[in-house]
Write a protein that binds this ligand. Structure first.
Ligand code: HEC
Length: 201
């Protein structure tokens, strides 16, 4: 019987230790981070686009984390390694675990063309022949006309709309592109943008 209590106490102690190290200490450290001067909060449009990004599973193939040059070649391809303060406005964060496609942490700086993103979402193969990214045609409508505030996609055959029709971006597609174009974490960072250490750095 005495052994059972030892077991229960041991299990509890391990749980409490793990919760502290993995949850409470990181939360306390990260809550002290402030936004870097170069990082803007998301606009309303970008927040809607972020939801479209989540809803369409973009995270299954795209990461949002440039890893350090010491362990990868990420910075050569995608820019400055990410720091904790880059994510202060991200809830939930969209770090991702897979890279079937490129990292998108700085995609707005790398590819700043709206028309490119709209065409790419409509059909990635229209711009990148070998692409295995899925098309998202349901974020577009084939119509006779478009309203003045709507965006259209102009593509050559075989991707073009049928004669007399237009490929019109839905609000979801336009907001998603607002979000993608805002993905620019190329600003310089300060020492305090890294994880603050125990001595309050
Ligand atoms: C099945 C995996 C997969 C999914 C899901 C996916 N992508 Fe991709 N994506 C790729 C691949 C592979 C590429 C590289 C080829 C290309 O440019 O099309 C890519 C490229 C891109 C690029 C160009 C990046 C660059 O640096 O060239 C953007 C932007 C992008 N994807 C956005 C999205 C968005 C937004 C979604 C969700 C609506 C999404 N992707 C869903 C696989 C995926």
């Amino acid at each position: 019987m005495a052994r059972l209590w030892l077991f229960i106490f041991g299990a509890l102690a391990i749980m409490i230790f793990a919760a502290n190290v993995l949850v409470f200490v990181p939360k306390a450290q990260l809550s002290r981070l402030s936004p870097p001067p170069g990082l803007n909060p998301y606009t309303g449009a970008q927040l809607i686009g972020r939801d479209v990004y989540i809803a369409n599973g973009c995270i299954y193939c795209h990461s949002q984390q440039v890893r350090d040059a010491a362990i990868t070649t990420d910075p050569e391809r995608w820019g400055r390694p990410s720091v904790p303060a880059d994510y202060v406005f991200d809830f939930p964060h969209l770090l991702g675990t897979m890279r079937t496609g490129p990292d998108l942490m700085n995609v707005g700086a790398r590819l700043p063309d709206r028309a490119w993103h709209l065409a790419h979402l409509y059909n990635p193969r229209s711009l990148v022949k070998w692409s295995i990214m899925p098309s998202f045609p349901f974020l577009f409508e084939i119509r006779d006309r478009a309203f003045a505030d709507e965006e259209t996609v102009n593509l050559p055959p075989p991707y073009a709309a049928p004669p007399g029709k237009l490929i019109v971006a839905t609000k979801e597609a336009s907001r998603l592109v607002d979000y993608l174009l805002g993905m620019d974490h190329t600003y310089p960072i300060r020492p305090e943008d890294l994880v603050p250490t125990q001595d309050g750095m």
